[in-house]
Design a protein around this ligand. Structure first.
Ligand SMILES: Cc1cc2nc3c(=O)[nH]c(=O)nc-3n(C[C@H](O)[C@H](O)[C@H](O)COP(=O)(O)OP(=O)(O)OC[C@H]3O[C@@H](n4cnc5c(N)ncnc54)[C@H](O)[C@@H]3O)c2cc1C
Length: 351
């Protein structure tokens, strides 16, 4: 008998396992490789939406949790995960510079938008109008985190590497069982895999495919993240991630030649030096119709919970949403109504 079965070990599953370990709860995890979002993500955390120069949803609250959360994981796993790297937004015009400075004057954004106009000193970048710097940003190595966390749980014999078989799930009046495992509760954290979960697939998880390239650009020598029509994310050793695309119709994890072309074309508008493409990856972001996470208890089954819908901001949302779900289940806390799946309860009844 364990306290929890967790299905899915991406950022959501990992974050929930962390809450459980911190509070001495017992659990097992079932995870397969059907979804790739957390292992291929750019891993950036950034409180500002750089298209509109506005604050991301609950960014202040989330950011407060980001640093201690990933620091604790670094200490526990003995690896370096959180790379505190600045994000520089290339200005396309004087008008954009003005919009930036207007935004930087607003109370909510003062903490995050630098009021210095940075000139471009990198001959490989085309940025005649300079950059604005976003403060309190960084990159979490989500691939390394997923790998190290799987290894950590495997060593403790808490991870089953298999696809969850819904036919083996039995719901009792007091707890659940899955094959030979009995648990008080089950939490689904399967990202876009929610689509094959009959208990929760009434929820409007749309999924947005994203693709990224890794390039080798020995002359670029850039240490900041550069944002123009795409991001350039420095990875060390002259390697950079380039991304990402947003596609709403294709729901496969396969890289496409169209996305590669799109990324290269956009990159070539502001990168002036030679580069070589080393790899190309794709994944489905678990995006939701109303752009808010999907967190909470099943409308009918009391011991069944969901942690999903992190969209394109899993790094910042995972610590925040996992904490609220844990507090809700164990200590009678409330889940922010904007992300509580109770907002879609009417859709469940309709089904
Ligand atoms: C190209 C791209 C770039 C991104 N860049 C960023 C970024 O820079 N910053 C940021 O914050 N976010 C970024 N994201 C978004 C981020 O990756 C997601 O928000 C986050 O990874 C979602 O985590 P998750 O755990 O909910 O889902 P997932 O990562 O999809 O994890 C779900 C896990 O459950 C498993 N699973 C699914 N179904 C089953 C089943 N039936 N049985 C067993 N296991 C199952 C999957 O295989 C997977 O291991 C990016 C996403 C993409 C695609």
């Amino acid at each position: 008998m364990v306290d929890y079965i967790i299905v899915g070990l991406g950022l959501a599953g990992i974050a929930f396992c962390e809450r459980l370990e911190q509070h001495g709860k017992t659990f097992v995890v079932i995870n397969d490789d059907s979804q790739t979002s957390s292992t291929i993500a750019g891993g950036l955390y950034n409180p500002v939406i750089l298209k509109r120069f506005s604050l991301a949803w609950k960014a202040d609250e989330q950011l407060k949790m980001v640093l201690p959360f990933y620091k604790a994981l670094e200490d526990k796993l003995g690896i370096s995960l959180d790379h505190k790297v600045p994000v520089l937004r290339i200005f396309a015009s004087v008008e954009e510079q003005n919009l930036w400075f207007e935004a930087a004057d607003k109370k909510k954004l003062q903490l995050y938008l630098s009021t210095k106009l940075l000139a471009n000193n990198n001959p490989c970048l085309n940025a005649p109008f300079g950059f604005g710097e976003v403060l309190h940003t960084g990159r979490v190595d989500t691939k390394q985190l997923a790998k190290a966390y799987s290894g950590y749980l495997s060593k403790k014999k808490l991870l089953f590497r298999e696809t969850f078989n819904f036919e083996d799930l039995k719901l009792g009046t007091n707890g659940v069982s899955y094959g030979a495992i009995n648990a008080k509760r089950i939490v689904f954290a399967t990202g876009f895999g929610l689509k094959s979960n009959g208990y929760f697939n009434y929820l409007p998880l749309n999924g947005t495919k994203g693709e990224l390239l890794t390039i080798n650009a020995p002359r670029l020598k850039e240490e900041s993240v550069i944002k123009s029509s795409v991001f350039i994310i420095p990875m060390g050793n002259d390697l950079y991630r380039i991304g990402a695309t947003y596609k709403w119709n294709d729901k496969s994890n396969e890289p496409t030649s169209e996305a590669r072309y799109e990324l290269q074309t956009k990159l070539d508008t502001f990168l002036n030096c030679d580069y070589k493409i080393l790899s190309h990856v794709a994944g489905i972001r678990p995006t939701v119709a109303d752009r808010r996470p999907l967190v909470g208890k099943h409308p009918v089954f009391n011991d069944m919970y969901l942690l999903n819908g992190f969209g394109s901001r899993g790094v910042m949302i995972a610590p925040y949403a996992s904490n609220q779900l844990f507090e809700y289940i164990e200590n009678g806390g409330t889940i922010d109504p904007e992300m509580n799946i109770s907002r879609y309860e009417k859709d469940y009844i309709k089904v």
